[in-house]
Design a protein around this ligand. Structure first.
Ligand code: NDP
Length: 291
């Protein structure tokens, strides 16, 4: 990577601070918050992600259980498990690891999760609450980006923010959170004409496009804060491949601050999942009827 001058907005210290807060708040509850992790089949990436989430949960004093269902599980059996977990008062949060095997439709499964236990924050009740600035559980990567910016002292209020990408997972919800935090927000996508002219207007540029090095130095306003959400595996000569973001490394010469890939937004996502589990448990403790 080219040596740059931008401040590095590192994820690990921001994630550690979020995990510390989750640990402190979990310890104040009468029983440890419990995260139910639902996985179907043996996709190696899913097995590894779920194992990592369970390990991190125990590190911050949360209990968790991995419900590992066989690859040929039916839609009805999966929905029945979600129903059981919804009804179980000891379960604070439910996470269904995606992608599901091809024969299962994720939509009804995500809709079946009780919004009060939807620690992924992707149920329409929670996305609707986000857009109306009402209380709800926020999607992990977008909320993690907000925590990362706050940790590093980046002021969102009043800033002109451009988000590149409009997915339900990242672009749309992070735009909603930024709006709720009093930023002036522009959402750009594949059909946006002259993307560079739009991104150059940003005090804070958030890129979640999944396109390696889409953002080049000429597309960034000098001194801007740039958050690179992209995680792309690109081929290398040794055949192993390496991870790179959506932002060209030379942007570090222009930007005032920049998140690295890896080691930027990535660590925030799991930390926010555990924070969401604690938030869900706190609300269920105060309002047990919602569980
Ligand atoms: P999606 O593929 O669902 O969405 C990509 C978005 O980017 C779309 O809205 C698309 O526009 C837009 N886009 C793609 N190419 C261009 C382009 N050339 N110009 C302008 N806009 C473009 O991806 P996700 O939102 O799920 O993920 C985005 C990236 O973030 C990926 O690299 C993913 O791996 C990473 N990611 C990282 C996470 C983390 O923890 N760090 C978590 C989640 C995702 P259109 O709608 O017009 O097609």
């Amino acid at each position: 990577m080219t040596q740059g001058t931008a401040q590095v907005l590192a994820g690990p210290p921001a994630a550690a601070a979020l995990l510390d807060e989750a640990r402190r708040r979990a310890a104040r509850l009468p029983r440890p918050p419990h995260l139910a992790l639902v996985r179907v089949g043996e996709d190696p990436a899913s097995v590894s992600y779920v194992r990592g989430k369970a390990k991190k949960a125990s590190e911050v004093g949360l209990s968790s259980h991995v419900h590992a269902l066989p690859g040929d599980t039916t839609q009805a059996d999966l929905l029945a498990l979600i129903g059981t977990l919804n009804a179980e008062p000891a379960v604070s949060g439910i996470l269904v690891q995606l992608p599901l095997p091809a024969h299962l439709d994720p939509e009804p499964v995500l809709l079946a999760v009780n919004p009060a236990k939807d620690v992924d924050g992707l149920h329409p009740a929670n996305t609707g609450a986000l857009w109306n600035a009402h209380e709800g559980l926020r999607p992990c990567t977008p909320a993690g980006i907000m925590a990362l910016l706050a940790h590093h002292g980046v002021t969102v209020r009043g800033a002109r923010v451009v988000v590149v990408g409009r997915s339900a997972l990242v672009g749309r919800p992070v735009a909603g959170l930024l709006l709720n935090a009093d930023a002036t927000v522009t959402l750009a996508h594949r059909v946006t004409p002259d993307l560079g002219a739009v991104t150059r207007g940003a005090d804070i540029l958030i890129v979640a496009a999944g396109q390696p090095h889409l953002i080049t130095p000429d597309m960034v306003r000098p001194g801007a804060t740039v958050v690179d959400v992209g995680i792309n595996r690109v081929p290398t000569e040794d055949g192993k491949g390496r991870l790179t973001g959506d932002v060209h490394p030379d942007v570090a010469h222009v930007a005032g601050a920049l998140t690295p890939v890896p080691g930027g937004v990535g660590p925030m996502t799991v930390a926010q999942l555990l924070m969401n589990t604690v938030i869900a448990a706190e609300r269920q403790h105060v309002q047990p009827e919602v569980t």
